[in-house]
Design a protein around this ligand. Structure first.
Ligand code: FES
Ligand code: FES
Length: 163
């Protein structure tokens, strides 16, 4: 069967990207299979687990549900875009410091969601963080250490909160 492709252009982690994608391809598949950005994970594929969370124009989305063609003209940030030459992003560092990472499979999505919550909600409380992370499922941690890490970044008590 012939696959219809269309050309899209968007910004990915600060760099301009231009490529052809099948019209039925999802953003997650484009990131992983076309662009080699395998940090964003495939788990449920149905918008239920948050493993595939990325930012699109500053808002978090489940990339397994979004069509790649809808990335045209947008700005995407994935987990690969958080690290700088100076080191891990403060949220990543806090997750490490607080032992919030076990098998790690949920972590790219969890960290993207946590970062977005922290950036958009000054003074984010632990309860608000818990609600905001409800769409990100983890089979390992029980969430306590995840919330400890988020709380430490918000309160500035984590070395992960350095600028
Ligand atoms: S893989 Fe997208 S929400 Fe689970
Ligand atoms: S650390 Fe294993 S699923 Fe979250």
């Amino acid at each position: 069967m012939m696959s219809v492709e269309t050309e899209i252009r968007f910004k990915l982690n600060g760099r301009e990207v231009s490529l052809k994608v099948p019209v039925a391809m999802k953003t997650l598949a484009m990131l992983r299979d076309k662009l080699g950005m395998t940090g964003t994970k495939y788990a449920c594929g149905e918008g239920e687990c948050g493993a595939c969370t990325v930012e699109v124009d500053g808002r978090t989305v489940n990339s397994c549900l979004m069509y790649a063609v809808d990335c045209d003209g947008r700005e995407l940030v994935t987990i690969e875009g958080l690290r700088t030459p100076e080191g891990l992003h403060p949220v990543q560092q806090a997750f490490v410091d607080h032992g919030a990472v076990q098998c790690g499979f949920c972590m790219p999505g969890m960290i993207m969601q946590a970062k977005n919550l922290i950036e958009n909600n000054p003074g984010l409380t632990r309860e608000e963080a818990q609600r905001g992370l409800e769409g990100n499922l983890c089979r390992c941690t029980g969430y306590t250490k995840v919330l400890d890490a988020v709380e430490a970044v918000v309160s500035g008590k984590s070395c992960g909160s350095r600028p």
